[in-house]
Structures are given as C-alpha cells and as structure tokens.
Design a protein around this ligand. Structure first.
Ligand code: SAM
Ligand code: SF4
Length: 329
C-alpha cells in the first residue's frame, strides 16, 4: 500500500484520457479559442496501461477515467478492457457528459464498470444550452435512463452556479424520490480555462445545504463512505441520496486518497497544484519500472497537506485558471 507523508493512503487514480470535449460548459472551458493538445502529447494507451499496472502493483485499486470527454478519445473501450484485466484493479469508474456514452453501455456493464458519474447541471433544455453551449440535454437523459436500465450505479454531478442553475437544485433532488441515484452538488471552482468570470464563490456547500433544508426540513445526514469528498444526505422515504462536494472550500483534504494524471501526462497529488511530476517525459525517457516507482515515491513523500498549501506551491504563484478539461475534475 502507498502512503503519503501525512499518512494518507494513496489507492485511487483519476486519469484524464483527453482534453477534448464535445460540450463547452462555461465553468470549464471558454466558448472559443481553445488550443487542444496535439495527439502526440497525450499518453498513449500503452503508456497508460504500463503506469496503471505499476501503480496497481503498489496498491492502487480504484481508477476513474475522465477528461475532457473520455468517449471523444478513439477506441476508449479498448483501454477499458485492458485496465479491467489488470491484476489489483478492483474498481473502474467513469466520469462522462453522456453525449456519446449510450452505445457503449452494454459493453461497460460486461466489463464490470463500478459506476458512472454523469454531469448534468440542469434538467431544463434552455438552461442546459446556456451552460454547456450545446443543445444535447436529451442525449444525456437517454444515457441516464440506459445506465439505470443496465443497473450501473449512477451519480449525477451538478455544479451549482449563482444566476445559472440554482432553480435546478430541487428538481434534481426530486430524482432521488423514486430512483436510487446519488445527486451531487459541487461548489464551482475557478478551473474554467480563463480564470476570468470567476470572482468569488456564492454557493458554498453551507449555502447549498441550508437551501435544501429550507425546502426539505427532514433532510437527514447519513454516513459518508470512507475517503469520500462529499457530505451525504437523504430525504426520509426517498430511494436515492444527495451529496454536497465542498470542492472550493476544500474540507476533505485530510482523508484524500487520490492522485491525478492530467491529459498532458502530468502527475498531480492535489487538484490545486499545477503538476508535481511529468510522467509523460519519464515514460518516454526509457526509464525502468523501478526507477519510475522511485520517482513516484519521492513526490508522494512531499505531498502538500491540503488544497490551500498546494495552491500556494504553484509555480510563480500563478492563480488557478487552467481548464478542468485537462485535469478531469
Ligand atoms: N466531460 C466529462 C464530464 O463533464 O463529466 C468529464 C470531465 S469534467 C472536467 C469532470 C467533472 O468536473 C464534471 O462533473 C464537471 O462538472 C466538473 N467541473 C468542471 N469544471 C468545474 C469547475 N470549474 N468547478 C467545479 N466542477 C467542475
Ligand atoms: Fe466538457 Fe466535462 Fe468540461 Fe463540460 S465539464 S466542457 S463536458 S470536460
């Protein structure tokens, strides 16, 4: 098992397989002028599998594929089949916007996918268009229905934004009345690719909980799974649950068990750092597995205590501004 210098286990890898996306969510990417990475700058599937195999040998047992939109990358199912076949990988999860996902659901089920996080900030067609700059809500809803039909656990991710979708909080919660879904509300972070329109966070996790409680006074706190980033709640009698993720307030760092590989092949030991090791360069330098593991152990032993310290450590104290599409969420 891998541990960091704060005695936190590291057993969960989140991997951004591409920075490309078929939506343009305004909190993640600018509408235009995006410079996608040339394909050769992405880790190849062979490089990803080597890295995952090595980490799995050291106790990393949970993988999440994310992006950009993972299904925009050619032949993602090939990568998925190879990862699920690796010894030590107990859970493979996916985060997707659901636009291209539906045709792959039967195969995902066959591969034993543990769960899907489906991004859906609103059920309203017009607001979906305004937030994602694309008219695709119906396809996301079809994907949601199909995932449920195949009995694949679904979590809906909704970023809560002042003036954009706060009226969607209650309708999204209503989904949990009859469906065993987890609806998670996420604090907006400044990872929008510009750093501009983000001024301060209005909808903090506290405000989100207070808002829900006004409308559902019976809201009940339930136990949070180990290493969870969300505070979990439910409404008595409802089938699903509600999660609130304090992504900007960063209340969960003390139990953080995750590392990230960006689309550029950079290792991040915190969402808020700007990369602590260039894995791609190492993989392409002819490094042996033992040498690579040594490099990884060195950065795990220097991990920042929390997201505030990690943000302070960014090169030239550059504020957070990069697009979440390169990080994966
Ligand atoms: N394209 C896929 C999707 O949207 O599900 C996967 C990648 S996306 C970057 C992963 C998650 O990050 C999504 O749930 C999205 O809502 C979230 N996200 C993106 N930008 C964010 C921001 N500025 N603040 C909070 N969450 C953000
Ligand atoms: Fe694409 Fe996901 Fe970013 Fe939206 S949040 S632009 S779907 S990568």
């Amino acid at each position: 098992m891998l541990f960091d210098n704060h005695n936190r286990p590291i057993n969960y890898l989140r991997l951004a397989v591409t920075d490309r996306c078929n939506l343009r969510c305004f909190y993640c990417m600018p509408e235009e002028g995006i410079h996608y990475l040339p394909k050769k700058e992405l880790l190849t599937y062979e490089e990803i599998i080597r890295l995952v195999r090595l980490l799995a040998e050291q106790g990393v047992s949970k993988i999440r594929l994310t992006g950009g939109e993972p299904f925009v990358r050619h032949d993602l199912m090939n990568l998925i089949r190879n990862i699920t076949a690796l010894p030590g990988i107990k859970e493979l999860h996916l985060t997707t916007n659901g636009i291209l996902t539906a045709p792959h659901i039967p195969e995902l089920k066959k591969q034993g996918l543990a769960s899907v996080n489906l991004s859906l900030d609103t059920l309203d067609e017009e607001r979906f268009k305004m937030i994602t700059r694309r008219d695709e809500v119906k396809r996301v809803q079809e994907t949601y229905d199909l995932l449920r039909k195949h009995d694949i656990p679904v979590k809906i991710n909704a970023v809560v934004m002042e003036g954009k979708n706060t009226e969607d909080i209650l309708p999204l919660i209503e989904l949990t009345k009859t469906q065993p879904v987890s609806v998670r509300f996420i604090e907006e972070m400044p990872f929008n690719g510009e750093g501009s329109h983000y001024t301060a966070l209005t909808w903090t996790y506290k405000k989100i909980i207070d808002h829900i409680r006004i409308h559902f006074p019976a809201l009940e706190k339930i136990t949070d799974p180990e290493n969870s980033t969300a505070y979990h709640y439910r409404i008595p009698g409802y089938k699903g649950s509600i999660g609130i993720i304090a992504a900007f307030s960063r209340t969960f760092c003390g139990t953080c068990n995750r590392i990230r590989i960006t689309a550029q092949g950079e290792l991040k030991t915190c969402l808020y750092d700007d990369g602590v090791l260039n894995i791609k360069h190492l993989l392409r330098s002819g490094i042996t597995d033992a040498e690579l593991m040594k490099e990884l152990l060195t950065v795990f032993a220097q991990r920042k205590k929390d997201g505030f310290e990690a943000e302070q450590s960014r090169k030239n104290h550059q504020p957070v501004h990069e697009s979440m599409s390169t990080i994966g969420g």
